[in-house]
Write a protein that binds this ligand. Structure first.
Ligand SMILES: Nc1nc2c(c(=O)[nH]1)N[C@H]1C(S)=C(S)[C@@H](COP(=O)(O)O)O[C@H]1N2
Ligand SMILES: [Mo]
Length: 335
């Protein structure tokens, strides 16, 4: 099986295997058709377990295979983060503040039915139901790097559509300057929303925002799937934002509303600690977090927690085509 790699880095055999497994599996999926999918998808991913090879994955949520095309423009020459890690090492404070909490606590999360509203300063407000999320716009797969503010990163195959395509349907008014996003508020289902102690001090619902030119940039996606299947709850089912040049916390999960506004919307992490987290949150190795350096990152591939590659962080997470959005802005001030 051919594999791609970055000449400046060396990878263990198992890294190559992870990617090959995904690519192989996609071919198998194609040849098996729908009937064989259930069996294939329910295979425990524990072969790539996070800490040990035999750890049982508590991932019982039923995802569904998606129909999509692969966007060849977003296939970086980098090793994919194994699916088991993408779906078991998460930040989703609504389900707890430990990285392992979301996979453990979110498996009963109800995503169907779902309602996503697009409203505010638009000509045509929209209401999408669960099926609309998968059928209204053609789905494509893009492999994006995700760089968490905590200085770890992953390389993830997302399935979804460009946010700009959805916004175009709603016809934003010229007065719309920002886009505000909101996660579901449902303390019955989300234990983190029940108290300040369980939810990391966040004032729920989790909210995020982008400037409209960021929101309509072709890189900005709404993802409904990962690794070729609908999202599991821990990754933000049924629909989450992916903004690859910004720190991971901008990629808000389980979105129920997208509202066009004329004012900079509040964002969860800025509200919690404005000296540490700004509205822009562009990945920037030159601007340290007050408590740690952002110059490098731990790339999560195969192997145990202490066996990961430390690599330099790139401006805008390597998506330098967005630099023109910030021309003339002091990015140490607008962090
Ligand atoms: N609603 C909500 N969205 C969220 C978060 C959260 O706690 N709640 N965490 C963010 C953070 S800090 C990161 S790094 C990414 C992680 O996405 P992943 O678990 O799919 O890798 O989700 C982001 N979206
Ligand atoms: Mo994060």
């Amino acid at each position: 099986m051919a594999h791609r790699f970055k000449p400046s880095q060396t990878f263990k055999d198992c890294d190559v295997t992870d990617e090959s497994v995904y690519r192989d599996r996609r071919n198998v999926i194609k040849s098996l058709g729908f009937a064989g999918l259930g069996a294939l998808m329910s295979q425990p991913a524990s072969a790539f377990g996070w800490f040990t090879d035999d750890e049982e994955k508590k991932d019982t949520f039923r995802t569904r295979p998606l129909d999509f095309s692969v966007n060849e423009n977003f296939k970086p020459d980098e090793v994919l983060t194994p699916e088991a890690k993408v779906t078991s090492y998460n930040n989703f404070y609504e389900f707890g503040t430990d990285k392992s909490d979301p996979v453990n606590n979110a498996q009963q999360f109800i995503t169907e039915p779902w309602t996503l509203k697009v409203d505010g300063l638009v000509e045509k407000p929209l209401t999408l139901n669960y099926d609309d999320l998968f059928t209204r716009l053609a789905l494509e797969e893009r492999i994006y790097r995700l760089r968490c503010v905590e200085a770890w990163s992953m390389v993830i195959p997302w399935t979804g559509f460009q946010l700009s395509h959805l916004l175009a349907e709603a016809k934003p008014l010229s007065s719309a300057k920002y886009v505000a996003f909101k996660t579901l508020y449902d303390p019955e289902q989300m234990p983190g929303q029940r108290s300040r102690f369980t939810g990391g001090g966040v004032d729920y619902p989790y909210v995020e925002g982008l400037r409209i030119d960021e929101a309509t940039h072709p890189l900005t996606m709404l993802a409904t799937g990962v690794y070729g299947k609908s999202l599991p709850p821990q990754n933000g089912a049924p629909v989450r934002l992916v903004v690859p040049w910004k720190y991971g916390f901008k990629s808000i999960k389980s979105i129920v509303s997208i509202t066009l506004t004329d004012k900079e919307p509040p964002t969860t992490w800025k509200r919690l600690a404005h000296r540490e987290y700004g509205f822009y949150a562009n990945v920037n190795p030159a601007v340290d977090h007050p408590r740690w350096s952002q110059a490098s990152e731990r790339r999560i591939t195969s192997g145990g927690l202490f066996n990961q590659n430390r690599i330099p962080t790139r401006p805008f997470n390597g998506y330098e085509e967005v630099a023109s959005l910030y021309a003339g802005m002091d990015l140490s001030k607008f962090y």
